[in-house]
Design a protein around this ligand. Structure first.
Ligand code: ZN
Length: 304
């Protein structure tokens, strides 16, 4: 039995009532309770077990990245509305006093701050590409990451978060290597979610590019089938939630970070990421708010 009749407000309230999430004052930012965290961690470990024999190199980065990565990848041309750039205070005594007075008076204080060299990471894989610079080995590169990702999309709808975690895999190599890997994982991604009793299916998708020019970019992305998502109904049956996304970047990052294959060509890259909170929420919506009552095959998969 599903937790709610695909109603975002009822689903949010149910998650809160069962102590699965904890409101934290800002839309799209909330705490996670111990049962929520246990399920999330168990799903992450399931993915790691399934992919173990692929031999991915493990990397871990903080949730902040070098601002130059945002600049080199032209992120601000496509997604200026989603960025989280970190600003800090560089002033002297007088400016510090003004800042304090403004805050105590309830006034705006943003102009007292200036840009730092870091941004909140908007995509789990971004910090990896600079590490690929140079010539990759014959078999290419494969990396896995656990990452916090930031997107400025405040919403009360629980699957749309400003900060969330991703289990990410990144492949780099020749176009054939990268596309074959992406296709293998597309099937595997659907299978793993279906094995948890989730009504998952895959479909082509487009990124939420900004503005009028963005519509053309999204159309081109769809036509070339560069992005796929694995979808599960969580807050709506008509508009199921993307729980896993697959992106084939072609030579975009190879060009930006000077990554070559052994034959001297620009390397291609692709990535896939499971949205860990979204998969966890899909499990609660599909099987109910209490994991003790979930179907035995699902429990066996997550509590092996
Ligand atoms: Zn990625």
């Amino acid at each position: 039995m599903t937790a709610t009749a695909y109603d975002p407000v009822a689903f949010h309230d149910g998650l809160v009532r069962h102590g699965l999430i904890v409101p934290a004052g800002v839309d799209g930012i909330f705490g996670r309770g111990p049962v929520f965290e246990d399920v999330l961690d168990r799903f992450d470990k399931l993915i790691l077990r399934i992919a173990e024999e692929d031999g991915a190199q493990v990397m871990l980065f903080p949730p902040t990245i070098d601002r130059s990565i945002i600049e080199k990848t032209h992120y601000m041309d496509s997604f200026p509305h989603l960025v989280g750039a970190v600003y800090s205070f560089f002033g002297k005594e007088l400016a510090a006093r003004q800042l304090s007075e403004q805050i105590h008076a309830g006034e705006a204080w943003g102009e007292q701050l200036a840009m730092t060299h870091v941004c909140l990471n908007p995509a789990a894989c971004y910090p990896v590409y600079p590490t690929f610079a140079g010539t990759v080995p014959d078999q290419g590169r494969l990396v896995t990451l656990f990452a916090w990702v930031f997107r400025h999309e405040p919403s009360l709808e629980p699957t749309r978060m400003q900060a969330f975690r991703v289990r990410e895999y990144v492949r780099c190599g020749t176009p054939d290597q990268v596309v074959a890997w992406r296709n293998m994982w597309l099937q595997r991604g659907v299978e793993v979610l279906q094995s948890l009793g989730l009504p998952a299916h895959s479909d082509v998708a487009a990124d939420p590019f900004f503005g009028k020019g963005g519509k053309m970019l999204a159309t081109s992305q769809l036509e070339q089938a560069l992005k796929f998502e694995v979808l599960v109904p969580v807050i709506s049956e008509q508009n199921p939630t993307a729980t896993c996304s697959f992106n084939y970047h072609q030579e975009k990052f190879g060009e930006a970070f000077d990554i070559k294959t052994p034959d001297g060509q620009t390397a291609h890259t692709a990535c896939l990421g499971f949205g860990l909170e979204r998969v966890t929420m899909a499990l609660f919506q599909t099987h109910g708010f209490d994991p003790a009552t979930w179907p035995a095959p699902v429990r066996q998969r997550l509590w092996p």
